[in-house]
Ligand binder design. Structure first.
Ligand code: WT7
Length: 660
């Protein structure tokens, strides 16, 4: 297992806060147990009940779960629904038109408030514009946009007309954008002139132009450009149009396209163990159901809350807990364009104070960076700010080390706010294992117990549940509504990756290791069991980075491993063999910079290795297999004590252990 932050489970247990539980939607362990029992008794009926309670259907479904083509499970398939209707129209019809849906804070601090009526009007206008540009139900639309109201509007507009969106994070390179457009076969791209973060502009449109010029994107007929900064762009006649131009004359009414609950709402590309990113396909009905139920129960969202999930819409967290979940419940949320460290590392705390944020959801990596800043610069310490509006905190994306948890609890939550450490994945659509804050006592570093209706278990290689206190593989034994439906264009890979024959093809394999506490049964995630790294909560495939490295003309071979990092959770460490003699000293330093930039150019800055080491060769077995296990030890700066007798070339270990 490659997981970092693998600390022994501490015994500290924070009991449920009585004052929190008093008003919580799920207000006791008994209430949680009752839901689990209901699901246990009739899994399909439990989810059907929630689907009727949480969502508005144009045509009710008659069957909840269809297992006839397992593991290609279907939920609520003959029901007709529209995600945008559920997120907007029904709230406006219920009299919430004037309620603020989004408080947008720009990078420069400018604040804009958008009500549900305004959001519906904007979504409808863009939806009409998309139709006018020839986008039809089932077409794929790629979004390459900054964190913005326009980003949320674009996702909702696609949903409104039954187009399947695929958001590509603004930090990805032209090559990565191109690959995703080609794989999705997208007909239209929506981008912006520039993205503004931390006072710096990133030329999204220029990168998009490069992506389209790389070839393979012939499916794209139009590019819609959102003018964010007014920076110079090159508009290609006949292909590129301005967002404000194409929406100007459109009506603010657009009838929602009713689709089957199984209609693909979106594709989101994520990294796996092999080179090519996979297009995770999500449904409309089942996905939206879980987005809504988890937002309500995990975050205990109430009508007066101000909810803030800091994730970018380029990641799944920004889909479920920015673009869909809070809106499905008619909540008020913050959308933030910038970064936590600009203009200084107190930005989050200042915003929580200014907007009276009550529920705050962020990544451990951000917390760790802000702890460091607060400890070295008193003026950005959270104690300088009034954070009393907060009542619940959350984390996601990677294990949180107990020390960071304690700081978050004490310094941000004032010792009064429960922390929900939510474990889930792009593929799961929403929370899988998470505290329900009115029901579960908390243990720092543990995501506690499965969400009601999620049958998570820790098993051995044969699929047998291991005793509490013993580590194993994390699986989900029953299908759930928001699960991945397939990998776009590659159903075989879907089946092989998530439903391997090992467990009779019946269990969903998460790809993480886990252990349950011997007394409480609480889950702790011990890290990925495949070649996937988690750097600052961003998922990266080692093979993807290796492919990027070997695409450099000087590189003969490369192996990438992760090593624990105090700030980013894991750091990328690359071992490289060149086609020429092994460089040392200044030359090695220069080449390392060149290779880092090359990876940044191929994939995006988030994939740049922190550490690059050059060798004459890599440690290999006699059959030529690279021994990554040994590379992980070396990457940590430790000396190899394991048995190396199967190694073809043991001397290489010393060379790779030297810093060049
Ligand atoms: C991987 C999924 C889920 C949205 C963001 C990441 C790791 C996620 C936790 C957590 C420990 C976590 C797992 C998982 N992970 N949440 N609370 N504790 N690890 O989505 O990019 O699909 O990555 O992130 O390793 O498999 P993703």
């Amino acid at each position: 297992m490659t997981g970092s932050n693998q600390t022994a489970i501490p015994s500290t247990l924070y009991p449920v806060s009585a004052s929190f539980a008093a008003t919580a939607h799920i207000s006791s362990r008994e209430a949680y147990d009752a839901l689990c029992a209901e699901a246990q008794q009739d899994h399909a009926a439990y989810w059907a009940r929630l689907a009727r309670e949480f969502l508005t259907w144009q045509k009710p479904f008659t069957q909840s779960l269809d297992e006839s083509q397992a593991p290609f499970y279907k939920w609520f398939e003959d029901g007709h629904i529209n995600a945008s209707y559920n997120c907007l129209d029904r709230h406006v019809q219920a009299g919430l038109g004037d309620k603020v849906a989004i408080i947008f804070e720009a990078d420069d601090g400018k604040v804009t408030r958008i009500t549900y009526s305004e959001l519906l009007a904007r979504v409808s206008r863009l939806a009409n514009a998309l139709k006018a540009q020839g986008v039809k139900k089932g077409d794929r639309v790629v979004l390459y946009l900054p964190m913005s109201v326009e980003g949320v509007v674009a996702m909702q507009a696609c949903a409104r007309i039954g187009a399947t969106h695929s958001v590509v994070f603004g930090g990805f390179s032209a090559q990565s954008l191109r690959d995703r457009i080609e794989d999705a076969g997208a007909v239209l791209l929506i981008t912006a002139d520039e993205q503004l973060r931390g006072g710096k502009a990133l030329p999204l449109k220029a990168i998009a132009d490069d992506a389209l010029a790389l070839g393979g994107c012939d499916s794209i007929r139009k590019v819609i450009v959102f003018k964010r900064t007014g920076g110079a762009v090159n508009m290609v006649a006949g292909r590129d149009v301005w967002l404000h131009d194409v929406t100007a004359a459109q009506s603010e009414q657009c009838a929602p396209e009713w689709v089957s609950a199984e209609h693909p709402l979106f594709l989101l590309y994520t990294s796996g163990s092999t080179g090519k990113p996979k297009g995770v396909q999500h449904s409309t009905g089942g996905y939206l159901l879980h987005a809504a139920v988890t937002t309500k129960w995990t975050f205990d969202l109430k009508p007066d809350d101000v909810f803030w999930c800091t994730a970018d819409i380029g990641w799944v967290t920004g889909h479920t807990y920015v673009a869909y979940g809070p809106l499905a419940l008619g909540g008020t949320q913050i959308v933030f364009e910038g970064v936590p460290t600009y203009p200084d590392a107190a930005r989050f705390w200042r915003m929580i104070e200014a907007h009276k944020v009550s529920i705050f959801y962020t990544a451990p990596t951000a917390i760790r960076a802000l702890i460091k800043a607060a400890e070295s610069h008193a003026e950005v310490h959270p104690r300088n700010f009034d954070l009393s509006s907060l009542r619940l905190l959350g984390t996601v994306g990677e294990p949180i080390n107990p020390a960071a948890w304690e700081w978050y609890f004490k310094e941000i939550g004032g010792g009064r706010c429960p922390i929900v450490d939510t474990f889930w994945q792009t593929e799961t659509g929403g929370h899988m294992i998470t505290p329900l804050p009115g029901a579960h006592g908390l243990t720092p570093g543990s995501c506690t117990l499965p969400f009601p209706g999620i049958d998570a278990a820790v098993v051995d290689e044969t699929g047998k549940e291991v005793p509490w206190g013993q580590g194993g593989l994390l699986v989900v034994r029953k299908p759930w509504p928001s699960m991945i439906r397939t990998i776009w264009g590659d159903p075989d890979r879907f089946q092989k990756s998530y439903y391997p024959p090992d467990f009779g093809g019946k269990y969903y394999l998460a790809g993480d290791g886990a252990i349950r506490d011997a007394e409480t049964g609480y889950f702790t995630i011990t890290g990925r069991i495949d070649d996937v790294l988690n750097v600052s909560g961003h998922r990266m495939g080692t093979m993807e980075i290796e492919s990027a490295l070997v695409s450099h003309p000087l590189v003969a071979e490369a192996a990438v491993v992760g090593r624990p990092d105090d700030l980013t959770g894991e750091a990328i460490c690359a071992f490289v063999v060149l086609k020429r003699t092994r460089p040392t000293g200044e030359e090695a330093k220069k080449l390392a910079i060149e290779l880092r930039n090359h990876v940044g150019h191929e994939i995006g800055p988030i994939a740049k290795p922190k550490d690059i080491r050059f060798g004459d060769n890599l440690p290999k077995t006699r059959s030529g297999k690279i021994m990554r296990r040994l590379l992980r030890v070396i990457a940590k700066g430790e000396s190899v004590t394991q048995d190396t007798s199967t190694l073809e070339n043991p001397a290489i270990l010393d060379q790779l252990s030297e810093s060049n």
